[in-house]
Design a protein around this ligand. Structure first.
Ligand SMILES: C[S@@+](CC[C@H](N)C(=O)[O-])C[C@H]1O[C@@H](n2cnc3c(N)ncnc32)[C@H](O)[C@@H]1O
Length: 331
């Protein structure tokens, strides 16, 4: 008999997400920061009804977000790091709250029409609209940090930074990648390169990480201006916004800007070469179809071929964390 479990698991995934979001919304993880509490104390501080509270807290234990010891609840290490609103350099809860509810409601329409829900014509149009108001710039940047925190921290330890002195993050948003890499590697300096509206958020976020004296923001348009020069050029979740020709244009520009021996480092939720196991990579590609027409996610094999076409001799793919991988090309 074929078990229905794989499909019911996907339905329950929705409820698991909903439970985490309610915990973020009522402030469970922020309340528990540094202070384990009994169930009744936690419930009273959060103003929750006694009926469902115990099941709610224990569900969070089962989800790995809380731990329970000696009758008290405490944050798991992951919840303490990423869901406590008082730790703004690593807090992801706010972005989850805005990204998750209703986010995918328009997917069926996109599948039927092939048109972006926001009616953007391409990536340029998407950013023009997104960056029209300061609040939407900051909200977008926080969403980018929620996506790039995992790969940024993995890249900080997996890439051989000891061989290099400088990096430039092209399309840096808030600067999660250079911020976390510099926090791990005191010998490095960095430039964050992005459109002018990204500046304020970049300075605020990297300032919080205590690396402001080794990092600078350089405004520019990567389709019009030369890329900054550095030993390593990073393109994180950038190529997937664009069509094949623009992807190649960016890789050629990176090759031109790098010194001999310099590296381009691309990180994305790379689709596996068989296009059958990295569901997040494939779903993110669907999100590109619904937000930035022309953009698409791609496999490691495709990226290696583009890098060779752009002139990079030595190229490789390495898994980072969860659905994310990096592709490196040496000039
Ligand atoms: C999808 S976000 C990725 C942000 C970040 N690298 C990350 O991994 O979270 C793409 C970034 O490219 C920037 N960008 C888009 N068009 C650009 C252009 N023409 N020139 C420079 N930056 C651009 C956007 O402002 C945005 O910060």
């Amino acid at each position: 008999m074929i078990s229905p479990q794989p499909v019911t698991d996907l339905m329950w995934a929705h409820w698991k997400t909903r439970t985490m979001l309610s915990a973020v919304e009522v402030g469970v993880f922020t309340e528990l920061a540094g202070t384990p509490l009994t169930g009744p104390d936690l419930r009273d501080r959060l103003g929750l009804h006694p009926g469902p509270a115990a099941d709610f807290f224990d569900a969070l234990v089962a989800l790995g977000l809380l731990v329970r010891a000696d009758g008290r609840y405490a944050n798991s290490p992951e919840a303490a790091e990423y869901l406590d609103a008082n730790r703004p350099a690593t807090y992801l809860g706010g972005s989850f709250m805005t990204q998750c509810p209703g986010m995918a409601d328009d997917l069926t329409g996109v599948l039927r029409t092939g048109r972006a829900v926001n009616e953007a014509e391409d990536g340029r149009d998407f950013y023009r609209t997104m960056y029209a108001a300061a609040e939407s710039v900051r909200a977008f940047q926080k969403d980018m940090t929620a996506l790039s925190m995992g790969p940024a921290r993995a890249i900080a330890v997996k890439f051989p930074w000891e061989k290099y002195r400088s990096l430039a993050d092209i399309g840096c948003a808030e600067g999660a990648l250079p911020g976390h890499v510099l926090a791990h590697h005191p010998h490095l300096t960095a430039i964050g390169f992005d459109l002018p509206p990204a500046r304020a958020g970049f300075l605020e976020y990297t300032g919080r990480l205590g690396v402001a004296d080794r990092i600078a923001f350089q405004e520019g348009d990567f389709f019009r201006d030369p890329l900054p020069s550095a030993d390593v050029l990073v393109l994180g979740h950038v190529l997937h916004n664009w069509g094949r020709d623009e992807k190649l244009r960016l890789l050629r520009a990176a090759h031109e800007a790098l010194p001999d021996g310099g590296a381009v480092l691309i990180y994305e939720t790379l689709i596996d070469d068989e296009r059958s196991s990295n569901a997040v990579g494939l779903i993110l590609s669907l999100i590109m179809h619904s937000e930035v027409p022309g953009g698409f996610d791609y496999t490691g094999a495709e990226c290696l071929a583009w890098l060779r076409e752009a002139g990079f001799g030595q190229v490789c793919v390495e898994h980072l964390d969860g659905p994310e991988s990096m592709v490196v090309g040496i000039k």
